[in-house]
Design a binder for this molecule. Sequence first.
Ligand code: UDP
Ligand code: MG
Length: 323
Amino acid sequence: MSRDIQYSIVVPVYNEELVIQETYQRLKEVMDRTKENYELLFVNDGSRDRSVEILREHSLIDPTVKVIDFSRNFGHQIAITAGMDYAQGNAIVVIDADLQDPPELILDMIEKWKEGYNVVYAVRTKRKGETFFKKQTAAMFYRLLRSMTDIDIPIDTGDFRLLDRKVCDEMKKLKEKNPFVRGLVSWVGFKQTAVEYERDERLAGETKYPLKKMLKLSMDGITTFSHKPLKLASFAGILMSGAGFLYMLIVLYMKLFTDSTITGWSSLIVIQLLFSGIVLLMLGMIGEYIGRIYDEAKDRPLYIVQKSYGLENRKLYRDHRMQ
Ligand code: UDP
Ligand code: MG
């Protein structure tokens, strides 16, 4: 495969018709400044608006624009994965389509890359224009994840980052069905460094990450990198049976050696609810793992590409994900 493309910019796109034009222009401006070859690889993740038409028009006049069009919405993480599968550059940059990640920062990343770093990730020092709830839950999540895993997953870091070709090739070997890309990059290792930035507001449109998708992402992060929730079940079990045993002794003593009868419907119902709650929670947690094992066992392709633009003259990259 030829490697004459220096930089691949991977942009996942889901219903971004309001911003995609501006994003294209900003990226173009920044990348032209490098004076090196690059490609802008947009992955259309099943948008239901005009995003893909706009991108297609660009690809017709601008040979640096390439578009992969999914057959439906597969999700942000999978869109990024597909972008990495198809990217041909010596360095690959993943960036959101909504200009919350400033394209100008790519130049700083490239500088670090040229200094010899294999991964340059962008750490958010501030997040603007996002709800208090989102900021708080995100901050909590990154810290929780970090405390649960042995892998050094940087805090407050999204998927905005530069990967060296070597790292990207290693990432391609991972066959996870519920990928948590930012964690996997840490898992792969190599020489990593950070650049800091303030996260802007979304240029236009709404977030494409509703609570449901955020929860899915955090569960993916935790389950792929940690068994701690499962261990928590045995820990809670030991604790609960210990407490139960002690209480049994007290009850027996009162029954056999005292006259006091034990009253308390309310305490019974509270204990009942509390404990069945814990048990169901643990079952659910186990279910999360089993569901993911099931996804792996089925081994379906990770995504389906229905069309591509700007990639016609190129033998499409194929790997285990796309057999
Ligand atoms: N995105 C995607 N598929 C999805 C959801 C989001 O490709 O199912 C893209 C979206 O177009 C954007 C990026 O992922 O380029 C991040 O999404 P968003 O900006 O909505 O997330 P937020 O910044 O609010 O966390
Ligand atoms: Mg965004």
